[in-house]
Design a binder for this molecule. Structure first.
Ligand code: GLC
Length: 653
């Protein structure tokens, strides 16, 4: 949009740019800057307009964008332009992701490069490599306490290794996702060190207070993130003799985004990683970016403005690069991280679908889909040009972030229901085969979350130990069922490393003092490659899971109805054990897939004629895309075996 005030400011800024920037041919940069400048100016002004140095800060902001544009390799600029031309490229069903720790997967980044073939064998073409940046030798929250944002941790590799990995992946048409931990730094970061030594400039990078007066005001309404290991939201720093805000662990200092210098530094870092070859940048803990007394300090309006500003600026320099929002918050809040716009994602193009993940686990525990159906129905449609990251497990705990009103609508009492779920997955009940552990138990509120590997939570650990063949079959079916749901729901499925071969809980973290008090390490395994080899032996657990997923991925990729264009309709059936929805191919009429999943331990039936208007599926004409076979039917009753799912089609028969 053209608007006089911002336009004249833009001209002034261009005049003030350093001569070495002005001399360059920055055609694409300037056209994009012109297009986004009004938005950038408005957002920056909204956040920082009252400061005397506003214009100087804007000049600095544009300089950072321009310098990173100049540094951007031609190969990456070409990709930017291709993606501008095919702007909904990431909504395609062809993307299937996996998140992994490079060291846990195969030692380091070089080891990971050696095993890209394994990922391709499975069908993975998008990789989230968990934090690789320099972090303290002791506890570092799995790399989420960064001490140098521009250096790779030498235990994992070098910057050159990352560039090589990016290049390898581009050649194979795979996407690379890297983390930028935007909310906090390690207390060993140079900014924190200088703040400690008394630098006012760097103390302003954080929330630092002389006494408890302001911290106590914040604490009155802030929840605790790690109540057991890091209670409260402030830590006293002996050296500085001041209090610093530490929402996560005591060694993770929250950055102060009310200071524009912090915003500009972090944007520079995001663009730096975009220039190292990241196709997607995962922005960690984005709900926490703005702190305000009297609030929970989560999901504040300004946190959204910061993300919009990051997106607008990043589109100028590296428009092909996508953002993932990691915002594990209430269902109605998560969707806002796409940006509240009619069409385009104004903040992050991709967001973790933590709601769906938790609901799937809830359905496993209750063996019914009441809450799953209810909650999905309560959610608004996402934006057209945005997509979910659908996952079953990741490196974090499972938080039970459902909407209380939905729980009540299903006839449960919210607190008791959540307690039941934690108890179920931590094996308190005799009929539960799950082997998880409670995480982040808060004695004051009674809240808890759940740790554990997918396979152990799904009962495989118990089944293997007891040698119970039926239980083994059931847990494998449950593992495949959950993946069947993330592959077909709409969005990019994100597998978690080790799950493809049924990796069980790892208890060795208890012997490492830097990890022992954080049981999320029980599901951050080191891959046992001899176990992975078992995928080639027919009938092994590894082969059954690996091949099941491989087939699912291949079918997903060739099923356009699974692309994510808000082309899903949930179907209410009178069978509360079933989760049923239809996916339509937006470009081909009548090309659709009926997804039917049974979360119960007994066979369940679905009456095809009950599908109502959408029930154009003909009796006797159905085929399951996943197994390639016709499902069991009796007249118009479709029978779904325990813990199984169908991807049914009636076209192409
Ligand atoms: C994100 C990460 C989690 C980490 C937290 C603090 O939620 O996924 O692992 O503990 O941020 O950085």
């Amino acid at each position: 949009m053209y608007e006089q005030v911002s336009h004249s400011l833009l001209n002034q800024i261009l005049d003030e740019l350093k001569p070495d920037i002005r001399k360059r041919d920055l055609r694409h940069f300037y056209t994009r800057l012109g297009a986004n400048f009004y938005a950038i100016y408005s957002l920056f002004h909204n956040l920082y307009g009252k400061r005397d140095d506003f214009v100087a800060q804007m000049v600095r902001l544009v300089e950072v964008m321009a310098t990173q544009y100049i540094n951007r390799a031609n190969e990456l600029k070409k990709i930017d332009i291709e993606r501008e031309q095919h702007h909904d490229w990431f909504l395609s069903q062809e993307w299937v992701g996996m998140a992994l720790y490079a060291d846990g997967f195969n030692g380091n980044i070089e080891g990971l490069r050696d095993r890209i073939g394994y990922l391709q064998e499975l069908g993975i073409n998008m990789l989230h490599v968990m934090p690789i940046l320099e972090c303290p030798r002791g506890a570092s929250d799995g790399g989420y306490a960064v001490s140098d944002f521009r250096n790779v941790d030498d235990r994992i590799g070098t910057l050159d290794d990352v560039r090589q990995l990016g290049a390898d992946m581009r050649r194979r048409n795979m996407l690379l996702t890297l983390d930028v931990v935007v909310n906090h730094t390690s207390d060993e970061h140079a900014w924190a060190q200088q703040a400690r030594q008394g630098s006012r400039k760097y103390q302003d990078y954080y929330y630092i207070f002389d006494d408890r007066y302001v911290p106590d005001m914040f604490e009155a309404t802030m929840p605790e993130t790690f109540p057991e290991t890091s209670p409260g939201n402030f830590t006293y720093d002996d050296e500085m003799q001041k209090w610093v805000m530490t929402v996560f662990n005591s060694y993770q200092w929250d950055l102060n985004y009310s200071n524009p210098a912090v915003f500009i530094e972090m944007l520079d870092i995001i663009l730096f990683w975009a220039n190292q070859g990241a196709d997607i940048v995962r922005l960690d803990a984005v709900a926490f970016l703005w702190k305000k007394i009297g609030t929970t300090c989560q999901n504040e309006r300004e946190a959204h403005l910061i993300l919009q500003l990051m997106k607008d600026c990043s589109q100028v320099t590296a428009p092909g690069v996508l953002f993932i929002a990691e915002a594990i918050v209430a269902p109605v809040e998560i969707i806002k991280y796409f940006g509240e716009d009619a069409v385009i994602a104004k903040e992050c193009e991709i967001a973790y679908n933590a709601t769906y993940m938790a609901l799937l686990w809830e359905a496993v525990a209750t063996k019914n889909t009441k809450l799953l159906n209810q909650s999905i129905q309560s959610l608004p449609d996402k934006l057209d040009r945005a997509t979910w990251l659908n996952y079953v497990r990741c490196h974090d705990d499972i938080g039970l972030g459902f909407d209380d009103a939905d729980i009540v609508r299903c006839g449960y009492e919210p607190q008791a229901h959540r307690r039941f779920l934690v108890d179920y997955f931590t094996g308190v009940y005799d009929d539960s085969h799950a082997r998880g552990q409670p995480f982040g138990r808060n004695e004051k509120t009674g809240d808890a979350r759940i740790s554990g590997s997918l396979a152990s939570l799904a009962g495989l650990e118990y089944a293997l130990e007891s040698g119970d063949e039926t239980a083994i079959d059931e847990s494998i079916d449950a593992i495949l069922l959950l993946h069947g749901m993330i592959m077909s729901f709409g969005g990019i499925p994100l597998l978690y490393y080790g799950d493809e071969i049924g990796t069980l809980n790892d208890s060795t973290f208890q012997f490492d003092e830097t990890k022992a008090n954080d049981n999320r390490w029980m599901h951050r395994p080191g891959i046992d490659w001899s176990k992975a080899e078992q995928r080639r032996r027919h009938g092994t657990v590894e082969q059954r899971i690996f091949d099941g997923l491989k087939r699912m991925i291949a079918v997903r990729k060739s099923t356009p109805a699974f692309a994510d264009y808000n082309n899903r309709a949930l179907i209410d059936t009178d069978n509360t054990h079933l989760f049923v929805f239809i996916r339509n191919n937006p470009s081909v009429p009548n090309d659709r897939v009926l997804v039917v999943a049974n979360f119960d331990g007994s066979p369940q039936s679905l009456t095809i004629s009950d599908l109502g208007n959408r029930g154009y599926f003909e009796y006797g004409q159905l085929r399951d895309l996943y197994s390639g076979e016709a499902p069991r039917q009796y007249k118009d009753q479709l029978v779904v075996p325990p813990y199984r799912f169908y991807w049914l089609t009636d076209s192409g028969l």
